[in-house]
Design a protein around this ligand. Structure first.
Ligand SMILES: [Fe+2]
Length: 137
């Protein structure tokens, strides 16, 4: 059992549900990035994807310390993004995935800061490795 930094009783149920939802997004993103890294030919991009995947896994683990829950990747979402990437290309697939993450961050984390200061810094996205994806697969 993972040690929780915040006991569940201190967190309103609605907030806990939001954190769990975002923890789910993180494990989904980790799975999508690492699987995509395995199937693309461009090794430069594959390395970047592996790096991003590690960041997502780290976000997942940070949130797991709050929720105390182990989650499995949502297979339907993973297959959906893998398919989109195959049809429309890597750049398009990743943009779509990032857009979804940004939206989640904007909606949920503003309200959460009051309960868990520093949380938005833990799950910060964008910049860094993401901007150095070059061309398609
Ligand atoms: Fe993340």
């Amino acid at each position: 059992m993972t040690e929780k930094i915040f006991p569940e009783k201190n967190l309103p149920e609605k907030i806990m549900q939001q954190v769990i939802r975002d923890q789910q997004n993180e494990i989904d993103a980790y799975t999508i990035y690492s699987r995509t890294a395995r199937i693309i030919r461009n090794q430069h991009n594959a390395d970047i994807l592996r790096k991003i995947a590690q960041e997502e896994l780290n976000h997942y683990q940070q949130l797991k310390r709050i929720t105390g829950k182990a989650l499995k990747p949502g297979i339907r979402k993973v297959f959906f993004f893998m398919l989109i990437t195959r049809i429309f290309g890597l750049t398009f697939g990743l943009k779509l995935l990032e857009k979804g993450e940004e939206k989640a961050v904007q909606i949920d984390y503003k309200g959460l800061e009051k309960y868990i200061p520093g949380l938005s810094a833990i799950i910060e996205h964008g910049g860094g490795a993401r901007s150095s994806i070059a061309g398609d697969d």
